[in-house]
Structures are given as C-alpha cells and as structure tokens.
Design a protein around this ligand. Structure first.
Ligand code: NDP
Length: 322
C-alpha cells in the first residue's frame, strides 16, 4: 500500500510517499481502507520531533473509511462497516489497523470526508466547552484563532451553549469566518491589542474563560483578559510553547485556574468517545454545526499540506485523500 513515512524528524520535506506492506489486523483490531485522513497540528509536532514518536513512523491521528478486515476476537464490526477514529496513529496511508474499541461507527448522512474533518477538532471543541470549562448561558469567553480548525467549531458550540464570544483572528478573511460561526465580537489581534479590546468590550470586567490555542504569543494577554476566578484553558501552542509559569501569578491576577488539557484524557472510555462523537454528529446532521473543509490534498502531497498549515493559511479543515 501507499503511505507517508517519516524516516527522520525535520521540515515538511521529511514526509516521504512510500510503498510498504499492507498491515494485517492483530487481535482486537480492524483494518480500515482509509477514505480521508485529517491533518492536525499534532502531526507537525510529531514530524519535527517536538512530541515523542521515534522514526520511522507513519503520521496521522485521525481519519475515516470502511472496514476491510477484522482480526481475531473482534465482535460487532465487519467488513463494509463505515467508521472514523481519532488519537490513533498511522492514518496517512491507504490502510490502517486500529483497535476495534477505538473505532466510532458512522451514521447515515455523515460522509467519510466530513467525519475525518471533525473527529479530532470537533471532539476537542466539545470537551473544551462542555467539560474543561462547561459554558453556561451568559458566560463571556475569548476564543483565539477562531477561524482555525478547533476555533471555528468551538465558537459555534459556545454560542449553542448560550455564551458570548470575543474571537481573535489574524486577517479580515478569517474575521468573516469567525463572524459566520457566530462570534459576537471579532478582534484582529495582529493589528489590535486584544487584551485592551476585551477589557473595553466587557466594561473592564473581563471574561469567565479564555480558550487559547496560540500559546507563546498570546498567553500573558489571555491571562489578563480573565475575571477573578476565571479559567485559562491553554489547549495549544500554534505560535510556540509557553515558557514555565510561576503559580504565584495565578494568585496575583485574581485566583485564576490554569489547565493544559488534551483530547486523550477526555475520551478515556469507549462510552465517552461515543457520547462526544454522537453529540457532534447529531449537531452536524441537524445543521446546528458547520464543519468547514478548507482544502483537500492527495496523500502524496502531504508535505504541501503541512506547509500550508504551518504558513497559517488554514481556514477550517485540511484533508489528505489516499
Ligand atoms: P488551526 O487551524 O487553528 O491553525 C492554527 C492557527 O493558529 C492559525 O491558523 C493561526 O490563526 C493561529 N496562529 C497564531 N500564531 C501562529 C503561528 N505563529 N503559526 C501558526 N499558526 C498561528 O489549528 P488547530 O485548530 O488544528 O490547532 C490549534 C492548536 O490547538 C494547535 O496547537 C494544536 O496542537 C492544538 N490542539 C490541541 C488539542 C488538545 O486536545 N489539547 C486538540 C487539537 C488541537 P490566526 O492566523 O487567526 O492567528
């Protein structure tokens, strides 16, 4: 089968399109013919060696397709079943073997492309605003990179939960997308000081929660946007890692809460994985959630897709099609 391999960590050029043996499903696994794989920032972190995955490996933590074979001991799944997954590696390939218990059945009406576009970022948006800091009607929030993969979905979910959103984006084009997702206010943080603007918009009071995916360049200002006892939910680092923080700063700024969550810890059980997926699929089917597919690249062009994301050009989801 065709696959993308990383034989050494580095820039996008290390993504090589190779032919390898099609894997056989082991005990408890199903083999899936991949119809679409999702591109995520975590793939870039794996590629550059920021997170620990030792080469050689096939990247990709998300996708959807059709079960093609099952290994010993698998019940409840059979060839022909349509499934999706997230936080399972080696998705940049024509076939992938995954533990059956990590596969989510796809309902009628959700295509493989839509599923591959929503599993990682959609379930992330879901846990952020329903579990990490559950948004209540009237809560004021800040969402960074609001036209991005997670951001665009998170804005919609916060609005659905009755919250108010100040969205930050870098360009006018992205501002229009954030507005279409329902953001109450949009701040071009490349031109305007978003801390001052959030304070102005909230009459100096600040917000209950900041969902910050940008990290290094926004962290300090995000903390300053919070009300006393507010929640700083730092879930990403698109601009680079945040330097070490003295906990005393949380005291000084008003008994703040700081958390650095990740999706893996919010889909620990099969019940939780299925419940979050079901909620997201239901909203998609009812039209309550728009999943925006920005671009599709052939699997062989994975390096171009990585460059596109690193250049800050994504407006929604990027898919790789084997
Ligand atoms: P996005 O589609 O949001 O892309 C990243 C966005 O970050 C850019 O479009 C850009 O938006 C903004 N950005 C700001 N500064 C930079 C910079 N220096 N370089 C690149 N981008 C920058 O990506 P995702 O939604 O997929 O992921 C966003 C972050 O969230 C990543 O760090 C990712 O690892 C993390 N994440 C964490 C998860 C978790 O469970 N903790 C799960 C999923 C993602 P703009 O131009 O508007 O500023």
């Amino acid at each position: 089968m065709k696959t993308i391999r990383i034989n050494r960590t580095g820039d996008a050029d290390v993504l090589e399109y190779e032919e390898i043996a099609t894997p056989a499903p082991g005990p408890g696994q199903a083999r899936v013919k991949v119809e679409a794989a999702g591109l995520n920032f975590i793939d870039i972190y794996h590629r550059i060696g920021a997170y620990t995955l030792k080469p050689p490996f096939t990247p990709g933590m998300e996708g959807a397709g059709v079960v093609d074979a099952v290994g010993p001991g698998v019940t409840g799944l059979q060839p022909g079943d349509r499934v999706a997954w997230t936080m399972q590696s080696a998705s940049y390939a024509e076939y992938v073997c995954i533990a059956a218990e990590k596969l989510v059945p796809l309902p009628e009406g959700i295509s493989s492309r839509q599923a591959a576009a929503v599993m990682l970022q959609g379930l992330t948006a879901h846990y952020l605003c329903h579990s990490t800091y559950p948004v209540k009607p009237g809560d004021k929030t800040v969402v960074t990179a609001a036209a991005g993969g997670v951001g665009h979905l998170l804005v919609q979910m916060i609005k659905r939960a009755g919250g108010w959103v100040a969205a930050t984006v870098s360009t006018e084009e992205k501002a229009a997308l954030a507005r279409s997702a329902g953001a109450d206010e949009v701040i071009l943080y490349t031109q305007t000081d978003f801390e001052a603007e959030v304070k102005r918009l909230t009459g100096g009071a600040g917000v209950e929660v900041v969902y910050d995916s940008v990290g290094k360049t926004t962290f300090d200002k995000s903390l300053n946007c919070l009300k006393p006892r507010g929640y700083m939910v730092l879930y990403g680092q698109a601009s680079g890692p945040v330097p070490p923080v003295d906990p005393q700063i949380l005291n000084q700024k008003g008994s703040l809460f700081l958390t650095r969550p990740s999706l893996g810890a919010y889909i620990l059980t099969r019940e939780e994985l299925l419940a979050r997926s079901q909620a997201v699929f239901d909203w998609m089917l009812s039209g309550a959630l728009e999943v925006r597919i920005d671009r599709e690249f052939p699997l062989a062009q994975a390096a171009d897709a990585h460059r596109y994301m690193e250049a800050r050009r994504t407006k929604g989801k990027v898919l790789l099609i084997p």
